[in-house]
Ligand binder design. Structure first.
Ligand SMILES: NC(=O)c1ccc[n+]([C@@H]2O[C@H](COP(=O)([O-])OP(=O)(O)OC[C@H]3O[C@@H](n4cnc5c(N)ncnc54)[C@H](OP(=O)(O)O)[C@@H]3O)[C@@H](O)[C@H]2O)c1
Length: 286
């Protein structure tokens, strides 16, 4: 797979989103491990996770632990794999998602993620989502402290608007390496953040790139332009979608979620799908 950059780290242009392997509808562990191993075999070197990707109150960090086990049991070299996790969201176990971005909480969450991932420093730690109860600068200040303490190698943010991206970049002293926001054919309103990332030379990680877990399978039905290109090329509309994102910006590194080897392998093949100018224009039209 061709490479893109997050900070000074080179990663495959298509990453793997871990969420479907740990929340509602998650598969058994064996299938998840096969999925992660298939991704690694195919050249995936970015795996996105979060401490909040779990289901029950007592399995916090399910996805981080799963990824750590998958890396430990992989037969090949995993030294180039960047695991990107997040802190600031919680799941009390009733299906809801809650927030805590107080500095003390973020620091304790990072310590717990370090233990689950079994590393001395987290490759990429992302602030998950702004918490209205906490000044944004205080939350990002905690991320800066984690960087300065060597607990995390690189810092990213998620669900941030352009003003928050600029504020984070300032607080981190120019060390912000990534922004992870929702972006898909169904959700295109992250264009200003994508453009700002290009301007600042920061990686943009589109999340829910296929429309999210419940809708990804119907991408072609919902967006005829993607279905038309897919039919003409004899590939899936999901692969066309990811090829569109790669072509749209050199800082885009999509992280499609997967819980089956077949889907991540189909997604990785987007790197080989060169769209024509006409195809790109049809897909990119609002
Ligand atoms: N920062 C945030 O606030 C935030 C929020 C949401 C998600 N995320 C991250 O972004 C990642 C991606 O988002 P997402 O998982 O919610 O949604 P998504 O990537 O849009 O959709 C995931 C679903 O797409 C299916 N899929 C993947 N590749 C496919 C292909 N080539 N053909 C057909 N179906 C395919 C998978 O099905 P199978 O399960 O059957 O394999 C999976 O369940 C998450 O896993 C997570 O890491 C971050």
């Amino acid at each position: 797979m061709r490479a893109r950059r997050i900070g000074d780290v080179s990663v495959g242009a298509i990453g793997l989103g871990g969420m479907p392997m740990s929340i509602e509808g998650r598969p058994d562990e064996q299938r998840s491990i096969r999925t992660i191993h298939a991704a690694l075999d195919a050249g995936v070197t970015l795996i996105d996770t979060a401490d909040a990707y779990h289901l029950y109150a007592d399995d916090v960090g399910h996805n981080e632990s799963l990824i750590a086990r998958a890396l430990a049991t992989y037969g090949g070299d995993t030294s180039a794999v960047l695991v990107a996790t997040k802190g600031g969201h919680l799941r009390p176990g009733d299906g809801s998602w809650t927030l805590d971005s107080s500095p003390d909480y973020l620091k304790s969450a990072c310590e717990a993620s370090l233990k689950r991932l079994g590393v001395e420093a987290i490759g990429l730690y992302q602030h998950h989502r702004p918490d209205p109860k906490v000044p944004y600068g205080d939350s990002i200040g905690a991320i800066r402290d984690l960087l300065d303490a060597g607990k995390i190698r690189m810092a990213g943010i998620s669900n941030a608007n352009p003003a928050q991206i600029r504020q984070a970049q300032e607080i981190l002293g120019g060390r912000l390496v990534s922004v992870q926001n929702q972006f898909s054919p169904a959700f295109r309103s992250s264009d200003p953040e994508l453009e700002l990332c290009e301007e600042l030379g920061i990686a943009f990680l589109p999340y829910a790139p296929l429309g999210g877990i419940g809708s990804a399978g119907r991408l072609g039905e919902r967006f005829p332009a993607f279905e038309d290109v897919a039919r003409a090329r004899g590939v899936s509309p999901q692969r066309v979608c990811l090829a569109w994102m790669l072509r749209k910006s050199p800082v885009n590194i999509p992280i499609p979620g997967s819980s089956r080897p077949e889907t991540i392998l189909d997604s990785v093949a987007a790197d080989d799908l060169e769209l024509t100018d006409d195809e790109f224009a049809a897909l990119d039209a609002p």
